[in-house]
Ligand binder design. Sequence first.
Ligand code: SF4
Length: 331
Amino acid sequence: MIPDAEFGYELLVCRWAELAWHPDGDPTPAIVARQIGTRERRWDVLVVEVDPAGLRQRRAFGKRELDRELLGIVREAPAEWTWYRDTLAKPAYPWRYVREAIHRAADRDLIDERTRKGKIEIRRRRPYPDWVRRIVAIENKPDLTASAAATLSGQLEYDVEAGLLDETWLATETTGDRLEPALRREMPVEAGILLTEFAGGVDPDAATVEWLPSDLGRAVSNAPDQRDRDLRRLVLAERAYGRGFRSYHETMRPDCRHFRLERAGEAMVPDCAAKGRCPTARECSGSCESFSPEPPGWRTKGWPIEGGPGKGIETLLDRRRERFRYRMLRR
Ligand code: SF4
Protein backbone atom coordinates (compact mmCIF):
# COMPACT_ATOMS: atom_id res chain seq x y z
CA MET A 1 0.00 0.00 0.00
CA ILE A 2 1.67 3.20 -1.18
CA PRO A 3 -0.41 6.33 -0.58
CA ASP A 4 -0.56 8.87 -3.40
CA ALA A 5 0.43 11.75 -1.19
CA GLU A 6 4.03 12.15 0.01
CA PHE A 7 2.48 12.77 3.41
CA GLY A 8 1.18 9.20 3.51
CA TYR A 9 4.58 7.84 2.45
CA GLU A 10 6.15 9.87 5.23
CA LEU A 11 3.90 8.19 7.80
CA LEU A 12 4.89 4.75 6.49
CA VAL A 13 8.59 5.61 6.74
CA CYS A 14 8.03 6.89 10.29
CA ARG A 15 6.28 3.70 11.36
CA TRP A 16 8.94 1.54 9.73
CA ALA A 17 11.67 3.47 11.57
CA GLU A 18 9.77 3.01 14.83
CA LEU A 19 9.70 -0.74 14.26
CA ALA A 20 13.14 -1.36 12.78
CA TRP A 21 15.69 1.30 13.74
CA HIS A 22 18.71 1.10 13.17
CA PRO A 23 18.66 -0.05 9.50
CA ASP A 24 22.27 -1.18 9.62
CA GLY A 25 23.00 -2.60 13.02
CA ASP A 26 21.55 -3.67 16.32
CA PRO A 27 18.04 -2.58 17.35
CA THR A 28 18.40 0.93 18.73
CA PRO A 29 15.76 2.61 20.90
CA ALA A 30 14.62 5.75 19.15
CA ILE A 31 11.83 8.29 19.03
CA VAL A 32 10.49 9.08 15.56
CA ALA A 33 8.87 12.36 14.55
CA ARG A 34 8.01 14.17 11.32
CA GLN A 35 8.30 17.75 10.09
CA ILE A 36 10.62 18.93 12.84
CA GLY A 37 13.18 21.59 12.07
CA THR A 38 14.81 24.93 12.56
CA ARG A 39 14.02 28.30 10.98
CA GLU A 40 16.26 27.34 8.05
CA ARG A 41 15.53 23.67 7.54
CA ARG A 42 12.69 21.26 8.20
CA TRP A 43 13.27 17.53 8.03
CA ASP A 44 10.68 15.04 6.76
CA VAL A 45 11.52 12.48 9.43
CA LEU A 46 13.68 12.87 12.51
CA VAL A 47 14.91 9.83 14.43
CA VAL A 48 16.25 10.57 17.90
CA GLU A 49 18.29 7.68 19.25
CA VAL A 50 17.97 7.65 23.02
CA ASP A 51 19.73 6.45 26.14
CA PRO A 52 17.10 4.10 27.68
CA ALA A 53 17.80 5.05 31.31
CA GLY A 54 17.84 8.74 30.41
CA LEU A 55 14.54 8.48 28.56
CA ARG A 56 12.92 6.81 31.56
CA GLN A 57 14.05 9.75 33.70
CA ARG A 58 12.81 12.20 31.06
CA ARG A 59 9.35 10.75 31.58
CA ALA A 60 9.13 12.50 34.97
CA PHE A 61 9.13 15.84 33.12
CA GLY A 62 5.81 15.03 31.46
CA LYS A 63 4.55 14.23 27.97
CA ARG A 64 4.89 17.69 26.53
CA GLU A 65 8.06 19.07 24.94
CA LEU A 66 10.27 21.56 26.77
CA ASP A 67 11.11 24.62 24.69
CA ARG A 68 14.45 26.42 24.72
CA GLU A 69 13.53 28.67 27.65
CA LEU A 70 12.21 25.84 29.80
CA LEU A 71 15.26 23.74 29.02
CA GLY A 72 17.50 26.56 30.23
CA ILE A 73 15.66 26.61 33.55
CA VAL A 74 15.32 22.89 34.26
CA ARG A 75 18.97 22.25 33.38
CA GLU A 76 20.34 25.10 35.50
CA ALA A 77 17.97 25.10 38.48
CA PRO A 78 20.03 24.30 41.63
CA ALA A 79 19.33 21.70 44.29
CA GLU A 80 18.88 24.43 46.99
CA TRP A 81 16.65 27.50 46.94
CA THR A 82 18.49 30.27 45.06
CA TRP A 83 17.58 33.69 43.66
CA TYR A 84 17.06 32.97 39.97
CA ARG A 85 19.55 35.62 38.81
CA ASP A 86 22.28 34.02 40.88
CA THR A 87 21.89 30.68 39.17
CA LEU A 88 20.60 31.14 35.61
CA ALA A 89 22.82 32.31 32.78
CA LYS A 90 22.32 35.97 31.88
CA PRO A 91 19.97 35.96 28.88
CA ALA A 92 20.37 37.93 25.67
CA TYR A 93 16.87 39.33 26.29
CA PRO A 94 15.20 41.07 29.28
CA TRP A 95 14.98 39.18 32.59
CA ARG A 96 11.19 39.49 32.61
CA TYR A 97 11.01 36.81 29.91
CA VAL A 98 13.02 34.53 32.18
CA ARG A 99 10.57 35.19 35.02
CA GLU A 100 7.68 34.26 32.70
CA ALA A 101 9.45 31.01 31.80
CA ILE A 102 10.05 30.30 35.52
CA HIS A 103 6.30 30.66 36.17
CA ARG A 104 5.56 28.32 33.25
CA ALA A 105 8.07 25.79 34.53
CA ALA A 106 6.56 25.90 38.02
CA ASP A 107 3.01 25.59 36.63
CA ARG A 108 4.11 22.37 34.91
CA ASP A 109 5.78 21.06 38.11
CA LEU A 110 9.18 21.08 36.44
CA ILE A 111 10.79 23.14 39.24
CA ASP A 112 9.82 24.66 42.60
CA GLU A 113 9.33 28.43 42.82
CA ARG A 114 8.82 30.76 45.79
CA THR A 115 9.15 34.46 46.59
CA ARG A 116 11.32 35.58 49.57
CA LYS A 117 11.79 39.26 50.42
CA GLY A 118 10.44 40.22 46.99
CA LYS A 119 12.87 37.93 45.17
CA ILE A 120 11.90 34.89 43.11
CA GLU A 121 13.81 31.79 44.17
CA ILE A 122 13.91 28.49 42.34
CA ARG A 123 14.92 24.92 43.16
CA ARG A 124 15.06 21.87 40.95
CA ARG A 125 12.74 18.96 41.55
CA ARG A 126 14.93 16.47 39.79
CA PRO A 127 17.97 16.64 37.50
CA TYR A 128 17.22 16.87 33.81
CA PRO A 129 18.66 13.67 32.28
CA ASP A 130 21.10 13.25 29.43
CA TRP A 131 18.77 11.20 27.23
CA VAL A 132 19.71 12.02 23.62
CA ARG A 133 22.38 9.97 21.87
CA ARG A 134 22.21 10.66 18.13
CA ILE A 135 19.91 12.62 15.83
CA VAL A 136 19.27 11.29 12.35
CA ALA A 137 17.19 12.77 9.51
CA ILE A 138 15.42 10.91 6.72
CA GLU A 139 14.31 12.74 3.58
CA ASN A 140 11.50 11.06 1.64
CA LYS A 141 11.43 10.92 -2.13
CA PRO A 142 9.09 8.07 -3.03
CA ASP A 143 9.75 8.76 -6.73
CA LEU A 144 13.39 9.75 -6.89
CA THR A 145 14.32 11.93 -9.86
CA ALA A 146 17.60 13.56 -10.82
CA SER A 147 16.35 17.00 -9.74
CA ALA A 148 15.19 15.63 -6.36
CA ALA A 149 18.63 14.10 -5.85
CA ALA A 150 20.27 17.43 -6.72
CA THR A 151 18.00 19.29 -4.26
CA LEU A 152 19.00 16.88 -1.55
CA SER A 153 22.61 17.66 -2.24
CA GLY A 154 22.05 21.35 -1.41
CA GLN A 155 20.09 20.48 1.72
CA LEU A 156 22.83 18.22 2.94
CA GLU A 157 25.34 21.03 2.69
CA TYR A 158 23.26 22.90 5.23
CA ASP A 159 23.08 19.82 7.46
CA VAL A 160 26.87 19.48 7.52
CA GLU A 161 27.37 23.21 8.19
CA ALA A 162 24.76 23.40 10.94
CA GLY A 163 26.21 20.42 12.78
CA LEU A 164 22.87 19.37 14.24
CA LEU A 165 22.66 15.87 12.78
CA ASP A 166 24.72 12.73 13.17
CA GLU A 167 23.44 11.04 10.03
CA THR A 168 21.12 11.65 7.11
CA TRP A 169 19.27 9.21 4.84
CA LEU A 170 17.13 9.29 1.74
CA ALA A 171 14.13 6.95 1.61
CA THR A 172 12.77 6.02 -1.81
CA GLU A 173 10.32 3.37 -2.94
CA THR A 174 11.98 0.52 -4.75
CA THR A 175 11.07 -0.21 -8.33
CA GLY A 176 12.13 -3.81 -7.93
CA ASP A 177 15.67 -3.04 -9.07
CA ARG A 178 18.57 -1.44 -7.32
CA LEU A 179 18.78 2.32 -7.59
CA GLU A 180 19.79 3.46 -11.05
CA PRO A 181 23.53 4.23 -11.07
CA ALA A 182 22.86 7.63 -12.70
CA LEU A 183 20.59 8.65 -9.85
CA ARG A 184 23.03 7.43 -7.26
CA ARG A 185 25.75 9.56 -8.80
CA GLU A 186 23.52 12.64 -8.23
CA MET A 187 23.23 11.86 -4.55
CA PRO A 188 25.64 13.31 -2.01
CA VAL A 189 27.90 10.47 -0.86
CA GLU A 190 27.37 11.43 2.79
CA ALA A 191 23.67 10.48 2.66
CA GLY A 192 22.57 6.90 3.19
CA ILE A 193 19.94 5.41 0.88
CA LEU A 194 17.02 3.27 2.03
CA LEU A 195 14.95 1.35 -0.50
CA THR A 196 11.45 0.83 0.84
CA GLU A 197 8.92 -1.70 -0.33
CA PHE A 198 5.59 -0.74 1.16
CA ALA A 199 3.34 -2.36 -1.46
CA GLY A 200 2.37 -5.02 1.12
CA GLY A 201 2.26 -2.56 4.02
CA VAL A 202 4.81 -1.79 6.68
CA ASP A 203 6.76 -4.39 8.59
CA PRO A 204 10.31 -4.35 9.98
CA ASP A 205 11.67 -5.90 6.75
CA ALA A 206 10.02 -3.38 4.41
CA ALA A 207 13.23 -1.40 3.80
CA THR A 208 16.78 -2.31 2.85
CA VAL A 209 20.01 -0.36 2.90
CA GLU A 210 21.31 0.59 -0.54
CA TRP A 211 24.09 2.89 0.64
CA LEU A 212 25.46 3.62 4.10
CA PRO A 213 25.70 7.22 5.33
CA SER A 214 28.75 9.05 6.64
CA ASP A 215 28.94 10.20 10.23
CA LEU A 216 28.08 13.90 9.89
CA GLY A 217 29.05 14.53 13.50
CA ARG A 218 32.67 14.05 12.49
CA ALA A 219 32.26 16.10 9.33
CA VAL A 220 31.19 19.27 11.16
CA SER A 221 33.48 21.99 9.94
CA ASN A 222 31.78 25.21 10.83
CA ALA A 223 29.34 24.43 13.61
CA PRO A 224 28.31 27.13 16.08
CA ASP A 225 29.99 26.82 19.44
CA GLN A 226 29.50 23.44 21.07
CA ARG A 227 27.25 24.65 23.89
CA ASP A 228 24.80 26.33 21.53
CA ARG A 229 24.89 23.34 19.19
CA ASP A 230 24.07 20.96 22.04
CA LEU A 231 21.15 23.12 23.13
CA ARG A 232 19.77 23.34 19.58
CA ARG A 233 20.00 19.57 19.24
CA LEU A 234 18.19 19.15 22.54
CA VAL A 235 15.43 21.52 21.40
CA LEU A 236 14.97 19.36 18.28
CA ALA A 237 14.92 16.19 20.37
CA GLU A 238 12.35 17.67 22.75
CA ARG A 239 10.10 18.62 19.82
CA ALA A 240 10.38 15.08 18.50
CA TYR A 241 9.57 13.71 21.97
CA GLY A 242 6.49 15.88 22.39
CA ARG A 243 5.05 15.58 18.89
CA GLY A 244 6.03 12.20 17.50
CA PHE A 245 4.58 11.52 14.06
CA ARG A 246 0.95 10.89 14.92
CA SER A 247 -0.02 14.43 15.88
CA TYR A 248 -1.38 15.17 12.39
CA HIS A 249 -4.88 14.96 13.79
CA GLU A 250 -4.22 18.33 15.41
CA THR A 251 -4.11 20.04 12.00
CA MET A 252 -6.26 17.69 9.86
CA ARG A 253 -10.01 17.11 10.20
CA PRO A 254 -10.70 13.73 11.80
CA ASP A 255 -14.10 15.22 12.68
CA CYS A 256 -15.03 15.16 8.95
CA ARG A 257 -17.42 12.32 8.13
CA HIS A 258 -15.11 11.23 5.27
CA PHE A 259 -11.98 10.89 7.43
CA ARG A 260 -10.88 7.42 8.49
CA LEU A 261 -7.73 5.45 9.26
CA GLU A 262 -6.57 2.66 6.96
CA ARG A 263 -4.25 -0.16 7.92
CA ALA A 264 -1.08 -0.62 5.89
CA GLY A 265 0.50 -3.65 7.51
CA GLU A 266 1.68 -2.50 10.93
CA ALA A 267 1.05 1.16 10.07
CA MET A 268 -2.08 3.27 9.93
CA VAL A 269 -2.56 6.16 7.53
CA PRO A 270 -5.42 8.62 7.03
CA ASP A 271 -7.81 7.96 4.19
CA CYS A 272 -10.50 10.20 2.73
CA ALA A 273 -13.65 8.42 1.56
CA ALA A 274 -14.62 11.42 -0.59
CA LYS A 275 -11.29 11.58 -2.42
CA GLY A 276 -10.67 7.85 -2.36
CA ARG A 277 -7.07 8.26 -1.21
CA CYS A 278 -4.81 9.53 1.54
CA PRO A 279 -5.39 13.30 1.70
CA THR A 280 -2.47 15.68 2.11
CA ALA A 281 -2.13 17.34 5.48
CA ARG A 282 -2.77 20.70 3.79
CA GLU A 283 -5.92 19.85 1.84
CA CYS A 284 -7.61 18.10 4.77
CA SER A 285 -8.85 21.28 6.42
CA GLY A 286 -12.04 23.20 7.08
CA SER A 287 -11.66 24.86 3.67
CA CYS A 288 -11.71 21.52 1.81
CA GLU A 289 -14.64 21.60 -0.64
CA SER A 290 -15.77 18.13 0.48
CA PHE A 291 -15.47 18.82 4.20
CA SER A 292 -18.57 17.63 6.00
CA PRO A 293 -18.67 17.71 9.81
CA GLU A 294 -19.77 14.44 11.38
CA PRO A 295 -23.47 14.69 12.27
CA PRO A 296 -24.28 15.35 15.96
CA GLY A 297 -26.21 12.06 16.00
CA TRP A 298 -22.94 10.14 15.56
CA ARG A 299 -21.85 11.44 18.94
CA THR A 300 -24.52 9.64 20.89
CA LYS A 301 -24.31 6.09 19.57
CA GLY A 302 -21.83 4.53 21.91
CA TRP A 303 -19.11 7.13 21.38
CA PRO A 304 -17.78 9.09 24.33
CA ILE A 305 -20.20 11.83 25.42
CA GLU A 306 -17.71 14.50 24.43
CA GLY A 307 -17.11 13.29 20.89
CA GLY A 308 -17.89 10.96 18.00
CA PRO A 309 -15.68 8.97 15.62
CA GLY A 310 -13.38 11.98 15.06
CA LYS A 311 -12.68 12.22 18.77
CA GLY A 312 -12.15 8.46 18.83
CA ILE A 313 -9.47 8.74 16.12
CA GLU A 314 -7.67 11.48 18.07
CA THR A 315 -7.73 9.38 21.23
CA LEU A 316 -6.44 6.33 19.36
CA LEU A 317 -3.52 8.24 17.82
CA ASP A 318 -2.61 9.86 21.14
CA ARG A 319 -2.65 6.48 22.86
CA ARG A 320 -0.44 4.93 20.21
CA ARG A 321 2.03 7.81 20.52
CA GLU A 322 2.24 7.22 24.27
CA ARG A 323 2.48 3.46 23.96
CA PHE A 324 5.25 3.38 21.34
CA ARG A 325 7.27 6.18 22.95
CA TYR A 326 8.37 3.71 25.63
CA ARG A 327 7.72 0.30 24.10
CA MET A 328 11.00 0.33 22.19
CA LEU A 329 12.86 0.45 25.50
CA ARG A 330 11.95 -3.20 25.93
CA ARG A 331 13.88 -4.30 22.86
S1 SF4 B 1 -13.33 15.49 2.63
FE1 SF4 B 1 -11.67 16.96 2.89
S2 SF4 B 1 -11.74 17.49 5.09
FE2 SF4 B 1 -12.93 15.60 4.81
S3 SF4 B 1 -11.48 13.92 5.20
FE3 SF4 B 1 -11.47 14.32 3.00
S4 SF4 B 1 -9.78 15.76 2.70
FE4 SF4 B 1 -10.29 15.80 4.89
